[in-house]
Design a protein around this ligand. Structure first.
Ligand code: TYD
Ligand code: MG
Length: 453
């Protein structure tokens, strides 16, 4: 009889222990430790892989040129750093229902148009459900194989037999390997399957895309372990109630990270948004109210214009409320502290709400000045000039600090018809005759300039 060994694994962080614990000592989660049984005999027979790649001198390594395959969707290619690298393992992570299966089915369709073979392993949905979606997306592909399977060993066999150009695993949480006895979706299963997929991708030189659902906390598949194992992590973000979807690269062994691709979900699936700033500013001019400004943020290599709104009013509560949507709350609190201390704005009895329009997250400090001016114009009840865009980071003494990629931001604002842009005085800029550049050193100066225009 095979020797049965068990271990206790935290389902949140992957911490392993030999006995049951109520609280994970690693991540502090209560009740997350679950017993998992490991079949030692089967596992050891699988570990015995032939050592094909002994250590080699760096100078003796031959360079193979990186083979990239276009997905046929340019926004997706951009996020991947120019296409799918052959033999890579890519994780597509996102909330359930955000559109992961949709984009990968569309990608499969596009690849098949270019005579590529695609194996779509559907571990969650039935063949007819996929067919229905494919009809809706108008995906008609000869070389697209749909395989409803949850067992890893069977999936592996078909990948090795078929050697497709791309394999899609929908999703990693729904497949299981027989070498481990815990149920599909547990940390050990996910880790083992992902590891085996990585080996499979490298040994057969097939690209594999794996879908992973995100937990409530925003961690991929519960354990962060998955992120470290794959070559590329692409996160699918967006507000489920809005139509925009943002693909963001958060790890890429073959390209730039923090690159974004923007899509719109429609009745025929996801459509690329070629000019995202236009989309984010669509409603700006019609709904001009005090407390609204336009900032130029930088997402990856692309500048984006987005609208920031602030609402300030006397609080009916004992403690005033501070709410931030799309920007970091601690950043907003810091800006409020600077406004109180440096320009004497008294907000101790005021509620402050800050919102970024369009469901996009702005994490860059270059949005500081835009947020500050939205708050100030709301307090003073003046409408901010709709032809002026703003960039600048605010320091604790009220000084405006330089931001990166200033020329790109200025050009984007000018392209979208803005007449003026407020920028930090310390930023060096190229001459641009088509847009007026207002350089400011201190926050007070920015207010005077913006409000008097
Ligand atoms: P799906 O790709 O199934 O999400 P995931 O795989 O990330 O769980 O997308 C599901 C949502 O997308 C669903 O709420 C319906 C919507 N949708 C459209 O709006 N239009 C479409 O053409 C398709 C296929 C889906
Ligand atoms: Mg799905």
């Amino acid at each position: 009889m095979a020797k049965i060994k068990s271990k206790f694994v935290c389902q949140n962080c992957g911490y392993e222990t030999s006995g049951y614990l109520g609280k994970c000592p690693e991540c502090g989660t209560w009740g997350s430790i679950v017993e998992e049984i490991l079949d030692e005999e089967k596992k050891s027979s699988l570990i015995d892989l032939p050592d094909k790649n002994p250590p080699k001198k760096l100078s003796e390594i031959e360079m193979n040129s990186e083979v990239r395959m276009s997905t046929g969707i340019s926004e997706f290619d951009r996020v991947l750093g120019g296409g799918i690298v052959q033999g890579s393992l890519i994780l597509i992570a996102g909330d359930p229902g955000i559109g992961k299966s949709t984009i990968l089915l569309q990608t499969s369709g596009e690849l098949c148009k270019n005579n590529k073979n695609v194996l779509y392993v559907s571990a969650e949905e039935s063949i007819s459900q996929i067919k229905l979606r494919a009809d809706r997306l108008e995906v008609k592909a000869e070389n697209l194989y749909i395989y409803p399977q949850t067992n890893f060993e069977l999936i592996k066999k078909h990948i090795e037999d078929m050697k497709p150009d791309l394999v899609i695993i929908d999703s990693i949480q729904a497949i299981y390997t027989s070498t481990i006895q815990s149920s599909a979706g547990s940390v050990s299963q996910i880790r083992e399957c992902c590891n085996s997929l990585m080996t499979l991708a490298k040994t057969n030189n097939v690209s594999i895309m794996v879908i992973g659902h995100v937990t409530k906390e925003g961690n991929i598949a519960g354990p962060k372990v998955l992120e470290h194992m794959v070559d590329t992590v692409i996160q699918f973000e967006g507000d489920k109630y809005k139509t925009y979807r943002i693909l963001r690269s958060i790890k890429n062994r073959f390209g730039n990270t923090s690159e974004v691709g923007i899509f719109e979900m429609g009745s025929k699936g996801l459509k690329e948004v070629i000019n995202p700033s236009e989309l984010f500013l669509k409603e700006y001019n019609q709904t001009q109210t005090p407390g609204s400004t336009i900032i130029v943020t930088n997402e990856g290599t692309r500048p984006l214009l987005v609208e920031i709104q602030a609402l300030v009013g006397t609080t009916p509560y004992p403690t005033p409320r501070r709410v931030a949507n799309g920007v970091d709350l601690s950043r907003v609190l810091q800006i409020l502290a600077v406004l109180e201390k440096r320009i004497g704005l008294n907000l101790s009895k005021q509620d402050v709400y800050v919102n970024v329009i369009g469901g996009i997250d702005v994490s860059e400090p270059s949005a500081d000045l835009g947020i500050a001016l939205a708050i100030i114009t709301c307090v003073r009840d003046v409408v901010f000039d709709s032809h002026t865009a703003i960039v600048g980071e605010i320091g604790l003494s009220g000084e405006i600090r330089a931001v990166s990629h200033i020329d790109k931001r200025i050009n984007e604002a000018q392209k979208l018809g803005f007449k003026r842009i407020i920028i930090p005085a310390s930023n060096e800029v190229q001459d641009n005759n088509d847009i007026e550049i207002l350089k400011v050193q201190r926050i007070i100066e920015a207010i005077t300039r913006a409000v008097s225009k």
